[in-house]
Design a protein around this ligand. Sequence first.
Ligand code: GUN
Length: 287
Amino acid sequence: MAHIIDGKQIAADLVADVAAGAQAIYAAHGVKPGLAVVLVGEDPASQVYVRNKVARATEAGLNSIEHKLPVDTTQATLNALVDELNNDPAVHGILVQLPLPAQLNEEEIIARIAPHKDVDGFHPVNVGELVVGNASLVPCTPQGCLIMLQKTLGDLSGKHAVVIGRSNIVGKPMAMLLLHANCTVTIVHSRTRNAEALCKEADIVVAAVGRAEMVDAAWIKPGATVIDVGINVTEIDGKRKLLGDVNFADVEPLAYAITPVPGGVGPMTIACLMNNTLIAARNQLAG
Ligand code: GUN
């Protein structure tokens, strides 16, 4: 039986630390760390994420400000809102929920957010800082995965980690964080030959592909630790169900440790967003 990594509990502990940090900031400066969350359109999954982010921010003693814009928002309007938030001293962190409607240029918006307020860690300046090992604001989902791995395994030095997926949000920054933690890192993706065989050599597998239950027991070495980033919404017998990228029932018996879906990566992503908002506020208030 694998150890089930309790993302909910690890996230709750991190949020409690953030709340203590936010209180200390309030005591010293009379301001709460402020997080602005921007949602464009009505995408149901994005609405759920944003609602969770705002609720958790309030619990952590942050000031969260939600901006909802219609689906037909123009680039000029969104640019103007980002400029306003960049210049607002009460806002320490800015998150524009992705994906954006097709008429909007995501790359342009990401680059427009002031790097010191970029709590997603997606701005090219922050991506560069991550690559050189100097990052202050690191993308939340991979940061959450790294924290769970370190809590479960301790020092990761020398371990072979396979990251499945090469997105800017998860796969690439995850690989970089694991490299900085002294892992030997392989990224496999849709064009990789023998992805399954490469993955079967890994001590650590991080699955971030967005395909329900793609990774089964054939991909996993006995005793490996498996982090499942997938949240695939599926209908089973008329009921809405969340499935990971990993076939949990198949992999769990042979893994050393594994994250559940839900209750693994999801809560950690939000907790890391709270933590990034605290870090951004500290940096800004320190001048
Ligand atoms: N959409 C899915 N994940 C994320 C994330 O981490 N940040 C933002 N801004 N949008 C997302």
